[in-house]
Design a protein around this ligand. Structure first.
Ligand SMILES: Nc1nc2c(ncn2[C@@H]2O[C@H](COP(=O)(O)OP(=O)(O)OP(=O)(O)O)[C@@H](O)[C@H]2O)c(=O)[nH]1
Ligand SMILES: [Mg+2]
Length: 442
């Protein structure tokens, strides 16, 4: 395999920029490294040295350390060198390093090698990416657990059950005239149910993944002019959205990200919902209804300075079975009593603190893990788990009337999918999909 090099810190002016070299030619870099003016010879692995990097184009102080494979991130010989943080120094150093027959690493190539050299499995490699991309502390925590433990214990539970099932089925394949005894059938069904429960549990954890990467979606809905955009601006602490006394001001969907209590939130302002509207506004209203369906939490706004009319009633019906907070706005001009969760005035700020508390509570109830030890799966993994689940459900429903050799094939298929999840079986395409998302140097 080629020896590769890349900066592992961002390449812009900063206090230091570090590069990593990995592969069997990595130690060739000794040619450019000096300690106390002398070429370095015997180097202790995993010791930090202060010295100089001297090549054709560069002369700089640096810190460096060597790892002897397989005891390194990639499993190969690795050297890391920290230069003064000027990108020009590092770009020139790289040019000289290329002359040692060392090439620039592709995105994710270090982690890919760690996978190929058996340092981590595919689930852990993906966890490295998720850890860096995570937008919340819960997400970081969850990715870190996955990086440390992988999915092995969960997958082994499923795998063991599938293997048990397969052994029962295969024992009968050679005796097609014999039927499974009641006892064996019972055993098979129990195992299948176990597998189904485990799979469903894993698949459910995927939603958490969305909260951690995309954020919890909060949509602000209501009639025109009730103060949706005003509230949006208030929560964003800036005048992001146009506010006016003219009903129908907002016609497009406006989405902004904020962080509440460490959780990433996608805040969505929508067009006021009403019936008599021109074509453009009607399109906006359709969007609003769609956003209402996609939202994890809905803030339904009502105007306390006005009548509750038919349209309000309709909106109440639309949000009835959803995670909704009913907000009465304009309490500073309150004319009516309306049974809502919180009364606020965006104008005076009254009640907004309590609204924040309610929002925080709802977020917590959505994102908190039922079980702290749950490992959250990503989209690729979810897709595979779903395929396994579908197959297992089919196996169960067909158990009595399907021939045993077909069931054996199905069970083998499930086992092979599990191996794909961890990367025991992989194709170049799978690896490409995973690692091209990484940044250079990871
Ligand atoms: N008195 C008072 N006026 C408010 C309050 N909140 C908003 N308003 C006013 O109500 C009007 C409508 O506010 P918007 O935020 O544009 O309402 P909207 O719900 O986004 O309206 P559309 O975009 O048309 O659907 C503006 O004139 C605001 O200044 C409040 O708490 N008290
Ligand atoms: Mg608006």
């Amino acid at each position: 395999m080629d020896t590769i090099v890349a900066p592992i810190t961002p390449l812009f002016r900063s206090s230091v920029i570090t590069i990593r070299i990995s592969g069997n030619r990595a130690f060739k870099i000794k040619e450019y490294l000096f300690v106390k003016g002398k070429p370095i010879q015997d180097i202790k692995y995993r010791y930090v040295y202060y010295g100089e990097f001297v090549s054709k184009n560069v002369n700089d102080d640096c810190l460096f350390y060597f790892f002897k494979g397989p005891n390194s991130y990639t499993g190969e010989d690795v050297v890391e060198i920290s230069f003064h943080g000027n990108p020009l120094i590092v770009q020139n150093a790289l040019q000289d390093i290329f002359k040692l027959n060392i090439r620039l690493a592709e995105p994710g190539e270090f982690t890919k090698r760690a996978f190929l050299n058996g340092k981590i499995d595919l689930v852990q490699a993906e966890a490295v990416y998720e850890l860096i991309e995570s937008k919340s502390i819960t997400g970081i925590h969850a990715s870190f657990i996955k990086l440390k433990k992988g999915l092995q214990s969960q997958l082994n539970k499923i795998k063991d059950n599938l293997i048990d099932l397969l052994s029962v089925v295969e024992a009968y394949v050679d005796f097609p005239d014999e039927d499974l005894s009641d006892y064996e059938l019972q055993y098979v069904y129990e195992k299948l149910d176990d597998v189904i429960t485990n799979l469903q549990f894993m698949i459910k954890s995927f939603d958490m993944n969305r909260y951690n990467t995309e954020g919890v979606k909060i949509a602000i809905v209501g009639k025109p002019n009730v103060g949706k955009s005003s509230l949006m601006n208030y929560l964003l602490r800036e005048n992001r959205v146009i506010v006016s006394e003219i009903p129908g001001t907002t016609r497009d969907i406006i989405e902004e990200e904020i962080v509440i209590n460490g959780y990433p939130i996608k805040l969505i302002d929508t067009a006021g919902i009403r019936e008599s509207a021109d074509k453009l506004e009607r399109i906006g209203i359709e969007y609003s209804k769609k956003k209402l369906d996609e939202a994890d939490i809905i803030l339904a706004i009502f105007d306390l300075s006005d009548e509750i009319d038919e349209m309000d009633e309709k909106i109440l019906k639309l949000v009835k079975d959803k995670k909704v907070i009913l907000v009465g706005n304009k309490v500073d001009m309150k004319k009516i009593d309306f049974d809502c969760d919180v009364e606020i005035s965006v104008k005076t700020g009254e009640g907004i603190e309590y609204l924040f508390e309610l929002i925080e509570d709802r977020i917590k109830s959505i994102v908190s893990l039922e079980d702290e030890g749950v490992i959250i799966i990503n989209e690729r993994q979810k897709f595979m788990f779903e395929e396994i689940l579908d197959t297992v459900i089919e196996v169960k429903s067909n158990f009595e009337n399907r021939t045993l050799d077909i069931l054996a094939v199905d069970l083998h298929y499930c086992l092979s999918k599990i191996s794909e999840i961890t990367g025991e079986i992989y194709t170049e395409d799978i690896l490409k999909n995973i690692f091209t998302k990484f940044c250079i140097g990871k």
